[in-house]
Design a protein around this ligand. Structure first.
Ligand code: SAM
Length: 222
């Protein structure tokens, strides 16, 4: 059992259950043509985010790490007509590709992409004092995850979900002696989730077309 089988099973489940359509497939193709790295969530993971957003009845979603807008499109599709998704992206080039994909998905009025380092755009978002976000999806530089969690806590409400991707890192998360800054970032993120009195969380290890990794899901308590 290994990558070949995980990819094959993802393809089977994808064709049976996930329902990735042309708009989403074209978004991936456009990102590839533009030379963006192939590091978006998988179709099955995108569908999971969509289902969680739907189940929550989310009206406001915050994403940290847009890339080409693939996960943003999945999540935005779960929003009601007056819903809003803010996605934060460091790279102007990635944001440009994502804007094109969002436009082709017919989601221009729903998805707002803000360019800049999330450590700067998150405080600005908090300063604006808008309604709390119902769902936060953290999927950017792993070293920033602990900071993004702090801001997510300020930007959410009891009952909101804070989800973070790539927290297992092929199993390296269990290595407390790792000097890899990505591993250190996700470890300290998970330690914060575990220790925070207003969070309850877990991690689902995942395998599939994107390899062996994991998704942290934490719920904000009253
Ligand atoms: N969520 C996307 C999806 O599934 O379609 C994938 C996001 S990709 C894994 C990570 C993105 O985070 C990249 O586009 C990268 O440029 C962006 N990023 C990296 N560091 C960042 C930072 N400090 N602030 C905001 N975005 C950052």
């Amino acid at each position: 059992m290994g990558q070949g089988q995980w990819t094959e099973v993802d393809a089977f489940l994808g064709s049976l259950l996930v329902g990735e359509d042309d708009v989403l497939a074209d978004a991936t193709a456009a990102a590839q043509r533009a030379g963006l790295p192939p590091i978006s969530v998988s179709p099955a993971q995108g569908k999971l985010l969509y289902l969680l957003a739907k189940t929550l009845g989310a009206k406001r979603i915050l994403e940290v790490g847009t890339l080409g807008g693939y996960s943003a499109i999945w999540m935005a599709r779960a929003l009601p007509a007056d819903g809003h998704l803010v996605s934060l992206e460091y790279s102007p080039r990635h944001a440009e590709v994502a804007s094109g994909n969002v436009a082709r998905a017919g989601l221009v009025g729903t998805v707002e992409i803000r360019v800049g380092a999330a450590a700067e755009t998150l405080p600005k978002l908090a300063e604006e004092g808008g309604e709390p976000f119902d769902l936060v999806f953290i999927d950017a530089d792993k070293g920033g995850y602990p900071t993004y969690l702090d801001w997510s806590l300020k930007l959410t409400r009891p009952g909101s979900l804070i989800i973070a991707d790539n927290v297992v890192r092929g199993g390296a998360v269990a290595d407390g002696l790792s000097r890899d800054p990505n591993v250190q970032g996700v470890r300290s993120y998970l330690e914060k989730v575990a220790a925070h009195p207003k969070l309850e969380g877990t991690v689902m290890q995942t395998v599939g077309v994107k390899g062996y990794d994991g998704l942290s899901i934490a719920r904000v308590l009253a």
